[in-house]
Design a protein around this ligand. Structure first.
Ligand code: DOR
Length: 432
């Protein structure tokens, strides 16, 4: 096993720079001016050392849409973005609703070896919302699936949602809900409000999300199941989460927010560029500000990218024909730095919490989101907090190029990522 010496890094951005020696996949030593035999030395130059990021919400598109992303290209994007674990959503083709597909995704992730790829299992067969998939079989497969979601679609039938919460509870799993009441979003194209009305686009009203979140929080409490709310997008949802998390019930509720919902708003509709089309849609300024506050105070537990690459033909078309979704893996840190760190809402310890520790806890990963301490697994992201860079979608590792942040200058650059002590990305280049 290689030994890597990380010179002059600041764990959680605190204190004087130290050296971190990584050997046999774990942190072997931490101290000032370590002189150790190392196969490689990484100059941190004061970089912030954080536990490697964990993304609970990634679309890797394989199998089925390898023209938009593959497990390999998505893993590269993840490593370059500081991630050491990602959860690959089930809305592939075929759908990951059985042990064969989840094992395929898991194995391919291991072969690529840049990031731990954990497949998410579908809740219902074919994401059709009618019949529970074989959750237990996926749980007991080699992929050991723990997170289940029909993301892209809502588990709208309350009885199926109840059963999913009950069943996953029996083996310590959780249901990640894409909260969207389908009857309220028929034909919806953008956030319901004046900006959508001006363009004649059918609206996606906030209560379509909030009504499902309220229902599912009640069901989680009633069943004792574990609910995770995907891509929270409205102030009302944040208020509901605050209410339900403040109650002492048998169930458990967690939630994520995407970088794009922290930064962008439906003002973007004025561009009429489908790169800004996403589900749930970009909301208002008030929503974005409320989401930042909710993330800072822990009401929303973590950031998840909803990285959703699409092939050019699915985005370079008329708004209503375009697929919803945005790239996220390589820009998440920059957006979080801009919206949460530069604004003073989070320090780097807080960033470690929302990008790594909480998502690892929610998903039950024992070896991710761990403290930076001797003996702990060396899953790490080194971040230059002062460096600024310009987003160029064509230079990102993903096959799809649908980044709404194109041309934007972002603070916070990933210097290096280490997975179990092996460098997976360094200075913008992937290591294989
Ligand atoms: O914008 C989105 N794109 N939201 C989703 O929930 C699904 C995702 C996708 O798969 O493209």
């Amino acid at each position: 096993m290689t030994r890597v010496l990380l010179k002059d890094v600041r764990p959680y951005g605190e204190g004087e720079p130290v050296d971190v020696l990584v050997a046999d996949g774990v942190i072997a030593d931490i101290g000032a001016n370590l002189s150790a035999d190392a196969d490689e030395i990484v100059q941190g130059s004061g970089a912030v050392a954080l536990p490697g990021f964990v993304d609970l919400h990634t679309h890797l598109r394989e199998p089925g849409r390898e023209d938009a992303e593959t497990i390999e290209t998505g893993s590269k994007a993840a490593a370059l973005g500081g991630y050491t674990a990602v959860f690959a959503m089930a809305n592939t083709d075929p759908v990951a609703d059985n042990a064969v597909i989840v094992e395929h995704v898991w194995r391919r992730g291991r072969e690529v070896g840049l990031v731990d790829v954990h497949p998410v299992g579908a809740v219902t067969v074919g994401l059709a919302g009618e019949k529970l998939a074989e959750l237990g079989t996926m749980r007991h497969s080699a992929a050991e699936v723990r997170v289940f979601s029909d993301d892209g679609k809502c588990v709208h039938d309350p009885l199926i949602m109840r059963r999913a919460l009950e069943y996953t509870r029996s083996f310590g799993g959780l249901v990640a809900q894409h909260a969207e009441e389908p009857r309220l979003t028929v034909g919806a194209q953008a956030h319901e409000g004046p900006n959508a009305a001006r363009l004649g686009l059918a609206g996606w009203p906030a209560p379509a999300e909030e009504s499902i979140v309220a229902r599912d929080c009640l069901l989680a409490a009633h069943t004792g199941g574990t609910l995770h709310v995907c891509h929270v997008s409205t102030e009302g949802t944040a208020e509901l989460l605050r209410f339900f998390k403040g109650r002492d019930t048998g169930g458990s509720v967690s939630a994520e927010v995407t970088p794009h919902h922290l930064l962008l708003t439906d003002e973007r509709l004025a561009t009429y560029d489908p790169v800004n089309k996403v589900n749930p849609p970009l909301r208002t300024d008030d929503d974005a500000l409320a989401l930042r506050r909710a993330l800072a105070d822990g009401t929303v537990d973590c950031v998840a990218t909803d990285h959703a690459p699409h092939a050019a033909q699915d985005k370079d078309c008329e708004w209503s024909a375009a697929k919803p979704g945005m790239l996220g893996l390589q820009t998440a840190l920059g957006i979080v730095t801009r919206t949460m760190v530069r604004s003073g809402l989070l320090d780097w310890r807080g960033v470690a919490r929302v990008l790594s520790e909480r998502p690892a806890e929610i998903a039950g990963l024992a070896d991710q989101g761990r403290p930076i301490a001797v003996g702990e697994p060396a899953n790490l992201a080194l971040v230059d907090p002062d460096a600024e860079w310009t987003v160029r979608a064509a230079e990102l590792a993903s096959l799809g190029q649908n980044s709404p942040f194109e041309g934007m200058r972002l603070p916070g650059r990933v210097v290096a990522t280490l997975l179990r002590g092996a460098i997976t990305a360094h200075e913008g280049k992937v290591r294989r």
